[in-house]
Design a protein around this ligand. Structure first.
Ligand code: SAM
Ligand code: SF4
Length: 349
């Protein structure tokens, strides 16, 4: 799809109009996927037998930096790098350094499966990484293997320990909850996160698995997980002033002092409690396509523009067109819901 014919005001050569959609949502957060490749094959994300994009189809670091610079002029302040597995992209810490040097960018965060974190944590910290989310669904080897279709639990745990050691102190754990698979993991994960000082977030299983096996009954809701925690770990209190831009709703263990690491546990409930009305995110896939939602069925082609030698203004208009076309809500569970043509690893979670 091409940029719309909108003619935003000019300021310094780039469209000055912010990224505001038809429902008044202001977009300040850009999720950048740096690769579709991964070193494991989570069943809720990738197919086992996967064909990755040829490298030349992925945006280079220079191209990503250019998109981020234009996005920053349109009000984007926060970048999260994701994938696929971002740490399989060589020299990722160099990209973090470059993006942090872009005027207007306040923070660069990362979502990783943690398998390569032990080797890279020191470089990531030195590059200025602000926050890291590490995906960890189970502390049981057999469930880890069942979900990831690979070994790797001990590597993730070693990566977490190293991340702490080098001072990456804003570490969150992301755990996908799937009914019939992860119920037994709720309490051990919560105890581990409390002891280790990690902020744990449970994420509902979304219809973005490449195998298309998702079904509503498999969704283990955040409220069900919370009930298990209250019963087995301790009472939870809602956190006042949850960040409206965050999809998670955070709670605090009542038996832990407020500012103790590990005292928070959050729930990202896109299926049972959609947070579309406060969504401030725009996404860029590894192959250079803008998306206005995980569940978007359309994409806006930045790679073509970049490789045709476009001016910054054209990139800005493309982003604005993408944001303007954002639907009010993803519509999971409604008759009009359509699964996107690409799975999570191709979009960037
Ligand atoms: N490879 C990295 C990782 O696993 O953290 C980054 C990319 S991964 C696509 C980003 C996040 O999406 C992970 O926390 C993962 O657990 C989550 N995810 C993947 N597929 C999902 C699905 N179908 N439903 C809910 N979350 C999913
Ligand atoms: Fe890889 Fe992350 Fe997808 Fe798992 S969720 S297959 S780690 S990209």
């Amino acid at each position: 799809m091409n940029a719309s014919q909108s003619s935003p005001q000019q300021e310094g050569g780039v469209a000055a109009e912010k990224l505001i959609d038809a429902f008044g949502r202001v977009h300040t957060d850009l999720r950048v996927s740096v690769t579709d490749r991964c070193n494991i094959r989570c069943r809720y994300c990738m197919p086992l037998d996967v064909t990755f994009k040829p490298r030349e189809e992925l945006l280079s670091f220079e191209e990503i930096e250019r998109v981020v610079a234009v996005a920053a002029e349109l009000g984007v302040r926060s970048i999260r790098l994701t994938g696929g597995e971002p740490l399989v992209r060589r020299d990722l810490h160099r990209l973090i350094e470059r993006l942090l040097a872009v005027a207007g960018i306040d923070e660069v965060a990362l979502t990783s499966n943690g398998l390569l974190l032990k080797q890279q944590a020191a470089d990531l910290a030195a590059a200025g990484l602000s926050r890291i989310n590490v995906s960890l669904d189970s502390l049981r080897e057999e469930t880890f293997r069942e979900l990831a279709r690979s070994d790797g639990l001990s590597q993730v745990l070693a990566g977490l320990a190293e991340a702490k050691r080098v001072g990456l102190n804003q570490i969150r754990l992301n755990a996908v909850s799937i009914r019939g698979l992860t119920e037994q993991d709720i309490v051990p994960l919560a105890r581990f996160a409390r002891e280790q000082g990690f902020h744990l977030r449970f994420i509902e299983f979304m219809p973005l698995d490449a195998d298309q096996r998702w079904s509503q009954p498999q969704v283990l809701s955040g409220s069900d997980v919370r009930a298990v925690l209250e019963e087995a770990v301790g009472p939870l209190q809602p956190v006042a002033g949850n960040d409206p831009g965050q999809p998670a709703v955070d709670y605090r263990y009542a038996d832990m002092p407020a500012d103790t690491a590990g005292s928070l546990v959050g729930f990202i409930d896109p299926v049972t409690q959609p947070f579309c009305q406060r969504c401030d995110r725009l996404r860029l896939t590894a192959d250079g396509q803008f998306r206005n939602c995980l569940f978007s069925t359309e994409e806006w082609d930045a790679r073509q523009l970049l490789r045709d030698g476009c001016e910054d203004r054209a990139l800005a208009e493309l982003m604005q067109a993408c944001v303007k076309a954002k639907r009010e809500a993803h519509g999971i569970g409604t008759p009009s819901f359509t699964r996107p043509g690409r799975a999570m690893y191709e979009i960037g979670g």
